[in-house]
Design a protein around this ligand. Structure first.
Ligand SMILES: Cc1cc2nc3c(=O)[nH]c(=O)nc-3n(C[C@H](O)[C@H](O)[C@H](O)COP(=O)(O)OP(=O)(O)OC[C@H]3O[C@@H](n4cnc5c(N)ncnc54)[C@H](O)[C@@H]3O)c2cc1C
Length: 281
């Protein structure tokens, strides 16, 4: 049975998952946090579910998908790589193999530090457990957006001296040196990287940036974009064969009903793609 990995468990992801299960695909939803819908106090424009809290609506979508046999896995997709047979997706320390991928990650509002992009893989890492050992015993910085990266920080502080910076206020983990001020710039100087926060500049061997979302340019570098939105055709196919996209990630208007509709269209296109490849048998 073909395996489809859906990245994002909001309305678009859940809708696609349901239809794919009806087409006999093995479906996993990988999700890294709450759906945008969960933040809606009340939704008045979704047919059949009047005056419902967004969190209740999302709960219904998730439960229906679970009942249909969709597997849910918590984790942040960090990198999608094409293989001879399909794809491998790096999520935490797991490598998930699949035959097709649906991107349903919502709006990627990712504030980046000035200079960050140019140094990815050259002193900037997004994965403590993947790259941490390369810097064993050497001074590193961790830039964190929230407290959800405890495991990654625990791993790093066990092998390196760690300075900890916050992008948004949250409770700092124990055993790290908390540096005040929000990081604003990062640049290379010889073999080291210099991180600026407020008035202070400090040099490190690596800066680990841990956020609950990943820029699409990092997740799948070859993906064609239309401004901030992923470029798709009428079947929700992206520029990368075997990778589809649905929901807010494809641009405005940002609406639950639209996300659900696009998830459904994408699922049917994925089923067709797998049949043509001879995978869904
Ligand atoms: C306050 C508020 C009120 C709203 N009110 C309404 C309304 O009244 N009516 C209406 O129609 N719409 C409303 N919306 C919009 C609606 O919620 C969105 O259009 C809808 O949730 C989009 O669904 P989606 O599946 O595309 O993305 P999302 O619901 O954003 O789901 C994306 C999921 O992907 C996950 N994810 C992201 N990156 C990764 C990664 N790298 N790896 C793993 N998982 C990842 C996220 O954690 C999230 O769970 C509202 C939104 C907000 C914020």
């Amino acid at each position: 049975m073909a395996h489809v990995l859906i990245i994002g468990g909001g309305p678009a992801g859940c809708s696609a998952a349901l239809t794919l299960r009806l087409r006999d695909a093995d479906v996993t939803i990988l999700r890294s946090g709450a759906s945008a819908l969960e933040k809606a106090k009340r939704v008045d424009n979704y047919p059949g579910l009047p005056e419902m809290a967004g969190s209740d609506m999302q709960k219904g979508f998730t439960q229906q998908a679970e009942k249909a046999g969709v597997k849910f896995q918590n984790g942040l997709a960090r990198l999608i790589q094409k293989t001879r047979r399909g794809f491998t997706v790096l999520a935490g320390e797991d490598m998930i193999k699949c035959d097709a991928v649906l991107l349903a990650t919502g709006i990627g509002r990712i504030a980046r530090i000035a200079g960050e992009d140019a140094l990815v893989g050259q002193g900037v890492s997004y994965c403590a457990t993947c790259d941490g050992m390369l810097y064993k015993g050497r001074p590193v910085a961790v830039v964190c957006q929230d407290a959800s990266f405890k495991e990654d920080v625990d791993f790093l502080k066990g092998i390196c001296p760690v300075d900890y910076y916050m992008e948004k206020p949250h409770e700092a983990p124990e055993g790290v040196v908390l540096v005040p001020g929000k990081p604003t710039a990062i640049r290379a100087e010889g073999e080291r990287v210099i991180l600026t926060a407020g008035e202070q500049e400090k040099a490190y061997d690596c800066v680990f940036i841990l956020r609950p979302a990943v820029a699409l340019s990092t997740l799948l570098p070859k993906l064609e974009m239309n401004g901030e939105a992923v470029k798709v055709d009428e079947k929700m196919r992206t520029s990368v064969e075997g990778v589809f996209a649905a929901g807010d990630i494809t641009g405005a208007p940002y609406q639950a009903a639209r996300a659900v509709g696009q998830g459904n269209t994408a699922a049917l296109a994925i089923a067709q793609y797998l049949n043509e490849k001879g995978e869904n048998k």
